[in-house]
Design a protein around this ligand. Structure first.
Ligand SMILES: [Zn+2]
Ligand SMILES: [Zn+2]
Length: 87
């Protein structure tokens, strides 16, 4: 999805809906997440498992201009655990 569309929908949609359905599908995020996976060596930063990896936001304050430390590369299991612990 183009960044323009993702930026336009950011203005009108509730944040959580927008984040899941638009931001995570934007060209910017596709690129940013791919770079994060390369930096992590294509492995989970918590348990070192390779395979299907999510890129988790440690903080959400720098959307569109994330710093490397804002992101964590996690396998599905570790990603779920992190969100469960926070809630
Ligand atoms: Zn893991
Ligand atoms: Zn997450």
């Amino acid at each position: 999805m183009t960044d323009i569309l993702a930026r336009l929908t950011q203005i009108i949609l509730p944040r959580r809906v927008w984040y899941r359905n638009f931001y995570l599908r934007s060209d910017h995020w596709t690129r940013t997440a791919a770079e994060a996976r390369v930096r992590a060596g294509q492995r989970c930063q918590r348990c070192r498992t390779a395979g299907r990896l999510d890129v988790h936001h440690v903080v959400y304050t720098h959307l569109w201009r994330e710093y490397p430390v804002d992101l964590m590369v996690l396998c599905r299991a570790c990603h779920k655990k992190i969100h469960r612990r926070r809630r």
